[in-house]
Design a protein around this ligand. Structure first.
Ligand SMILES: *[C@@H]1O[C@H](CO)[C@@H](O)[C@H](O)[C@H]1NC(C)=O
Ligand SMILES: *[C@@H]1O[C@H](CO)[C@@H](O)[C@H](O)[C@H]1NC(C)=O
Ligand SMILES: *[C@@H]1O[C@H](CO)[C@@H](O)[C@H](O)[C@H]1NC(C)=O
Ligand SMILES: *[C@@H]1O[C@H](CO)[C@@H](O)[C@H](O)[C@H]1NC(C)=O
Ligand SMILES: *[C@@H]1O[C@H](CO)[C@@H](O)[C@H](O)[C@H]1NC(C)=O
Ligand SMILES: *[C@@H]1O[C@H](CO)[C@@H](O)[C@H](O)[C@H]1NC(C)=O
Ligand SMILES: *[C@@H]1O[C@H](CO)[C@@H](O)[C@H](O)[C@H]1NC(C)=O
Ligand SMILES: *[C@@H]1O[C@H](CO)[C@@H](O)[C@H](O)[C@H]1NC(C)=O
Ligand SMILES: *[C@@H]1O[C@H](CO)[C@@H](O)[C@H](O)[C@H]1NC(C)=O
Ligand SMILES: *[C@@H]1O[C@H](CO)[C@@H](O)[C@H](O)[C@H]1NC(C)=O
Ligand SMILES: *[C@@H]1O[C@H](CO)[C@@H](O)[C@H](O)[C@H]1NC(C)=O
Ligand SMILES: *[C@@H]1O[C@H](CO)[C@@H](O)[C@H](O)[C@H]1NC(C)=O
Length: 576
């Protein structure tokens, strides 16, 4: 079980920490608490009270060290208790004319610097904690903006306080509860506890940033094509954020509100959880009948998952109750309870048994559950005093904030059904949307992604469904299979786990480049037209060979290790 037992064990750990800390001497603080960053510059967004405090980390050797390519990081301060960390990288190609892309990781409560360092940013961090330039960075073709959101994630904060993170629950502990080991963001997590609320906050942050951008970087104007690419829980963020930004654009156009209109170009979603009702049925199937020939759970467990999915009061039934409660306009505590129960039912009993019994990876079915990839060096790098100073931050780094995860869990945001409809609205008005799924990921598997692509009910859903799968090739190598009709595509990428650009950097950059520049996804040789149609086979049938688990851990020992980490510790986040 992921839900109840997890919270209980967390509370127990917290209680014993409180008792012990009263007895221990005060530690030498200087080694733990970041100094105030020095050398920050401050600018003000015209017509607002928003300030931007920033530094240029590349000039101090942090991350983007390509000569002549500028980068800026620091805070967008919306209010005395709203500080959002940003990191902006100029395109390596043509910053003045290339578009701007916002990259967001998921969670909820996971930081976008995961994507920066592990996936598609200008650098990665090596084992010896130095940065290394990434030749497949998406900044090869676009200016890139990374935001840590909502407050409490990454380096973003409302207030700062000395404390620590409970290693069991991943929640903040203040200095009386446990020995303080750093300075951390302190937030009220219930202020932003749904995707739609996060969208409103993100719009204000973007307005502050884009309004100041001409002062920050004279080479980049603020009137640029705007893309949002995201992953995982970003299957919620992407559709909702764009839909809200679109509504704000309309209000700006007719003079109702002041602001900068976002000139939409594309939306990209990698291994996203978009619609639980559509995706949940694919957990049991993917666990036993995937394209790697892996049968990860036995028939007893498989049948249990299926039963929990379909039984009266089971996953689909409860998700539907949530939908009905929300569609009657009741956005109150009772509705949130129905939706939250649906989430727990689906995650614990349909998705979860794989974590407890398979011994295999959450984000990569080919790997053991204790998956050492992608490496986490970047989180240690971001806790080095010199790096913090170069970035203009004075708090320790929070890769994933579980207080945010729990706050979203309590509203049931996970199983809300509006994200599918947001995509329908966006496609109806001609936005270009690329869905892409690494085919080894379990948590947001491509079976579910494919089902979402076919469940979207828009003007051209019939033509989209009638289009067949064509090989996706880059420099003559086949990396996947794509279905595309006009502006909409679904791409399955071979031999990639959850964080696609980590596993297939070249393929991911080609997908990004082709989508942004209106080329067909399959091979990038034709411009997209309204009725461009892929042709090939009806199903994505490619298979790969079976990958055994490492022999050092028998199936049963790794299965119990898996049960203790996922059942007793962190929630399994849609982290990236
Ligand atoms: C606090 O630090 C002291 C000294 O290192 C240690 O003995 C004690 O166990 C720590 N207390 C907690 C609650 O972690
Ligand atoms: C917090 O950052 C400081 C550097 O400013 C570092 O020395 C300390 O170890 C960090 N704390 C944690 C828990 O990583
Ligand atoms: C940082 O600056 C603030 C005032 O701006 C001050 O209150 C605080 O003590 C300083 N922190 C450190 C670690 O020097
Ligand atoms: C800026 O803050 C001041 C003082 O709180 C307020 O009077 C003013 O309306 C604010 N300006 C904007 C553009 O929000
Ligand atoms: C750090 O790691 C990189 C990449 O593995 C290597 O090229 C470099 O020599 C290492 N530097 C040191 C000081 O060990
Ligand atoms: C992006 O695509 C264009 C057209 O195919 C190509 O000329 C360019 O080299 C690509 N850029 C990268 C970084 O792959
Ligand atoms: C620390 O947290 C505990 C539990 O949430 C709370 O009761 C206490 O007031 C907090 N202490 C401080 C100094 O904020
Ligand atoms: C946290 O935010 C919620 C929602 O805005 C509010 O109802 C609650 O009073 C806040 N809690 C604290 C401790 O400020
Ligand atoms: C502006 O557009 C919005 C949304 O389309 C609409 O609700 C509102 O009535 C319009 N206001 C004016 C003044 O036209
Ligand atoms: C595995 O999936 C394929 C394709 O959907 C299907 O034809 C086959 O019946 C499935 N096999 C089992 C044992 O469920
Ligand atoms: C199936 O797997 C579960 C969990 O490991 C185990 O308890 C059960 O005995 C297995 N059933 C069969 C028939 O092997
Ligand atoms: C698709 O949308 C149309 C128009 O809103 C509606 O009539 C139809 O029932 C929908 N189809 C499905 C399968 O939901």
């Amino acid at each position: 079980m992921l839900g109840g037992s997890l919270l209980l064990s967390g509370a127990a750990a917290l209680f014993s920490a409180t008792t012990i800390s009263a007895l221990v001497p005060v530690l030498d603080k200087r080694q733990y608490f970041p100094a105030n960053a020095t050398g920050l510059k401050t600018i003000t967004t015209p017509g607002s009270n928003v300030t931007i405090r920033y530094k240029e980390p590349g000039k101090e050797g942090v991350c983007e060290t390509t000569p002549g390519v500028n980068s800026y990081s620091g805070y967008i301060d919306l209010a005395p208790d709203m500080h959002t960390f940003f990191w902006f990288f100029e395109s390596r190609n043509d910053p003045a004319n290339d578009p701007i892309t916002l990259w967001l990781n998921g969670g909820p409560g996971s930081d976008s610097l995961i994507g920066l360092f592990q996936e598609l940013g200008p650098c990665s961090v090596t084992e010896n904690l130095t940065t290394q330039v990434n030749p497949y960075s998406w900044s090869e073709v676009s200016n890139m903006l990374f935001l840590s959101q909502p407050f409490g994630v990454g380096f973003s904060y409302q207030e700062e306080e000395e404390g620590s993170f409970n290693p069991v629950t991943g929640s903040f502990l203040n200095a009386t509860e446990a020995n303080a080991t750093g300075t951390y963001p302190v937030i009220n997590a219930t202020e932003i506890d749904t995707t739609d609320l996060a969208a409103i906050a993100a719009w204000h942050v973007l307005q502050g940033f884009l309004g100041a951008l001409p002062q920050l970087d004279a080479e980049i104007g603020s009137n640029k094509e705007f893309n949002l690419w995201t992953e995982s829980y970003g299957g919620h963020y992407g559709p909702s954020f764009f839909n809200y930004f679109n509504d704000q654009n309309k209000l700006i156009s007719n003079g109702t509100i002041p602001g900068i209109k976002l000139d939409f170009n594309t939306l990209g979603i990698g291994n996203g959880i978009i619609d639980e009702y559509t995706q949940a049925p694919h957990y049991p199937e993917f666990a036993v009948n995937n394209t790697y020939g892996i049968k990860a759970v036995n028939d007893t467990v498989y049948n249990y998952m299926k039963f929990a999915l379909n039984m009266r009061g089971g996953c689909l039934d409860l998700v539907d109750s949530c939908r009905q409660a929300r569609e009657t306009g009741q956005d109150n505590i009772a509705t949130q309870t129905v939706c939250s129960e649906a989430q727990d039912m689906c995650r614990d009993n349909v998705e979860g048994p794989y974590y407890s019994y398979s011994g295999r990876g959450t984000y990569d079915i080919r790997h053991p559950s204790q998956d050492p990839t992608p490496p986490e060096y970047f989180a240690d790098y971001l806790n080095i005093a010199e790096v913090q100073n170069a970035l203009g931050v004075s708090v320790n780094y929070t890769e994933s904030n579980n207080d945010i995860y729990y706050a979203f869990q309590a509203t049931g945001d996970f199983v809300y059904n509006n994200f599918l409809h947001d995509l329908e609205d966006l496609l109806a008005q001609g936005l270009r949307i690329s869905l892409f799924y690494g085919d080894a990921d379990y948590i947001c598997n491509w079976f579910g992604g494919q089902a979402v692509s076919l469940a979207i009910n828009y003007t051209h859903s019939e033509e989209f469904a009638a289009a067949s799968y064509e090989p996706f090739t880059v420099d003559g190598t086949e990396y996947g299979e794509v279905r595309q009709y006009g502006n909409f595509s679904f791409l399955r990428i071979y031999e990639a786990g959850h964080e696609v650009p980590y596993y297939q950097p070249q393929a991911a950059l080609a997908l990004f480049n082709r989508t942004l520049n209106h080329w067909n996804i399959a091979d990038g040789t034709e411009m997209v037209t309204a009725n461009l149609t892929t042709s090939g086979s009806a199903n994505a049938t490619h298979t790969e060979s079976f990958v055994p688990l490492p022999t050092t851990s028998s199936a049963s020992t790794s299965a119990s290790a898996s049960a203790s980490t996922t059942g007793g510790a962190m929630p399994i986040n849609w982290r990236s």
